[in-house]
Ligand binder design. Structure first.
Ligand code: PRP
Ligand code: URA
Length: 199
C-alpha cells in the first residue's frame, strides 16, 4: 500500500486534493508502523465477562512536526496517539546555502524516558533534522528515544543523521537515490510543503 500511495505523491500531475488525501493515508501507515516500534507495557483489562491481559504504550509521547511540511503528518499521528503532547520547530532551508534557519520553537516538557517523534516528510541534506534533534536533546530528549518519521530520504541526509546521531531510530517510506545540484531529492516528489500547502 505504501508504494502505491508514494507513487501518487511522486506523480507531478497529482492535484492538491489528492496529494493531501494520499499524504494523510500514508501518514496513517507510518503512524501504525511507529506504534509497532514503541515499547509496550502489559496491563490487565476487565471485559464484560472476564479479566484478561492487554497492552498500552509504555511512555509518554511528544510529537514534533518540523514546520511547515511536518504539519501534514500531524493529524494521522494525533489520531493514532491521542494523548501525545505536541511541540513545534520552525526551520526553513536557505535557498542559496541550503542551511536550515530556525524561526520558531515551542517545545513541551520532555523527560529522558519520553518517546519523541519527529515528523518531517523530506530528509534531503539532513540539515533541518540534525538541527531539530539538537534542540530536542537540549530540551531533555534522550537520543535512543527519538524516532524520525519521513516520507522520502536521500542517502546524503541519512549519512548526515547517522554521523551526528547514530542512535536515532528512523521510519521512512522510501529511500531515494541522491540529491540534485539544488539539494532536491531524486527522484523524490518535488517540494512537499509547496505541493501540500498549494504555494
Ligand atoms: C523542507 C522539508 C525539510 C527540509 C529538508 O522544508 O520539509 O524540513 O526541507 O531539507 P534538508 O534535509 O536539506 O534540511 P523547507 O525548508 O523547504 O520548508 P517548508 O517545510 O516550509 O517547505
Ligand atoms: N524539501 C522538499 O520538500 N523536497 C526535497 O526534495 C528536498 C527538500
Amino acid at each position: 500500500m505504501k508504494d502505491i500511495l508514494l507513487t501518487i505523491l511522486r506523480n507531478k500531475n497529482t492535484n492538491t486534493t489528492d496529494f493531501r488525501k494520499v499524504a494523510d493515508d500514508l501518514a496513517l501507515l507510518l503512524a501504525n508502523e511507529t506504534a509497532h516500534c514503541l515499547k509496550k507495557q502489559k496491563i490487565s483489562v476487565q471485559t464484560p465477562l472476564a479479566k484478561t491481559a492487554g497492552y498500552k504504550i509504555k511512555n509518554n509521547i511528544a510529537l514534533v512536526p518540523i514546520l511547515r511540511a511536518g504539519l501534514a503528518l500531524l493529524p494521522a499521528f494525533l489520531k493514532t496517539f491521542p494523548e501525545s503532547s505536541v511541540g513545534f520547530i520552525g526551520l526553513k532551508r536557505d535557498e542559496k546555502t541550503y542551511e536550515a534557519k530556525l524561526y520558531y520553537k515551542n517545545i513541551p516538557k520532555i523527560s529522558t524516558r519520553d518517546n519523541v517523534i519527529i515528523l518531517d516528510p523530506m530528509l534531503a541534506t539532513g540539515g533541518s533534522l540534525v538541527e531539530a534533534i539538537k534542540i530536542l536533546m537540549t530540551a531533555g530528549a534522550k537520543e535512543e528515544n527519538i524516532i524520525y518519521i519521513g516520507v522520502v530520504s536521500a542517502p546524503e541526509g541519512l549519512a548526515n543523521l547517522k554521523k551526528h546521531f547514530p542512535k536515532i531510530q528512523t521510519i521512512i517510506a522510501a529511500h531515494d537515490q541522491k540529491l540534485n545540484k539544488n539539494k532536491y531529492i531524486l527522484p523524490g516528489l518535488g517540494d512537499f510543503g509547496d505541493r501540500y500547502f498549494k504555494t
